[in-house]
Write a protein of this length. Structure first.
Length: 255
């Protein structure tokens, strides 16, 4: 079916086409309104070097060493990666899911920076859920750091610490999921409606073709009827002539 035939079919069934279009729009709007927007909250956590690093740097009198932990961050990227792997484990994710149902959290390292930054992203069906999940992960960072360093029996002066650098106070709403479901609903109803129209049009075409065939056969029968009647009349006349001739012959024989 080319475009011209398709348009002709829609025009022929314009009432069903209009109903299908309205139903598709209604389905799309309905699914859009029935789906809640998705909320996202983000935070950034920075790993801080141990105090022993600063003490050792200042003990070296041969060069100037500022007493500023932010100047010694480049040595913690490996530690950050280990911590990110721990926070991304299935056990931790299952724990967070139980604490914050209907939320999704991701933890990753900031690969655009040389600093040991950890990016936390939480997604939920409500603003409160997204913010709560983000705060739960932020609170897990120092807990996991302490737990890992306790297992290795790290001394207090040599322990890595953490601090929250940025944290959203309001989650960002996204309508992407709503739009996706709305488009799916619209397209599904539209395709079903157009399929029904195509099926009805095919049935109509077959019915018209069948009716045309029957009409042609009837016309052929009507046209052939006079010839049949003429043949029948001729046959009757021939039979009558034959009978008359036979009677004459019998009379002649008797005479």
């Amino acid at each position: 079916m080319d475009l011209r035939d398709f348009v002709s079919t829609l025009a022929r069934w314009w009432h069903l086409t209009l109903i299908t279009l309205l139903a598709a729009i209604g389905a799309g709007i309905g699914l859009f309104n029935a789906t809640s927007p998705t909320y996202t909250a983000n935070s950034t956590v920075l790993l801080m070097p141990p105090k022993a690093v600063l003490v050792q740097a200042q003990a070296d009198k041969s060069q100037y060493a500022p007493n500023n932990p932010l100047l010694y961050l480049d040595t913690l990227t490996n530690s950050r990666d280990v911590l990110v792997r721990n926070l991304s484990s299935k056990d931790v994710q299952d724990f967070l899911e139980k604490q914050q149902p209907a939320t999704t959290t991701t933890v990753s390292g900031d690969m655009t920076s040389n600093s040991p930054l950890i990016i936390v992203k939480s997604t939920g069906s409500s603003e409160a859920a997204a913010l709560s999940a983000m705060k739960a992960v932020d609170a897990l960072v120092p807990y996991k750091l302490k737990s890992m360093q306790d297992e290795m029996d790290i001394q207090p002066l040599q322990r890595i610490s953490s601090m929250v650098v940025t944290a959203d106070t309001k989650a960002t709403a996204s309508s992407k999921k709503q739009l996706e479901l709305g488009i799916v609903g619209f397209a599904l109803v539209l395709l079903l409606g157009l399929g029904l129209i195509a099926l009805l049009d095919q049935l109509r075409t077959r019915r018209l073709a069948k009716a045309g065939t029957m009409q042609t056969a009837a016309l052929s029968t009507d046209e052939a009827a006079p010839a049949v009647q003429a043949a029948q009349v001729g046959a009757s006349a021939a039979a009558s002539a034959t009978t008359a001739a036979a009677k004459n012959v019998r009379k002649g024989n008797r005479a």
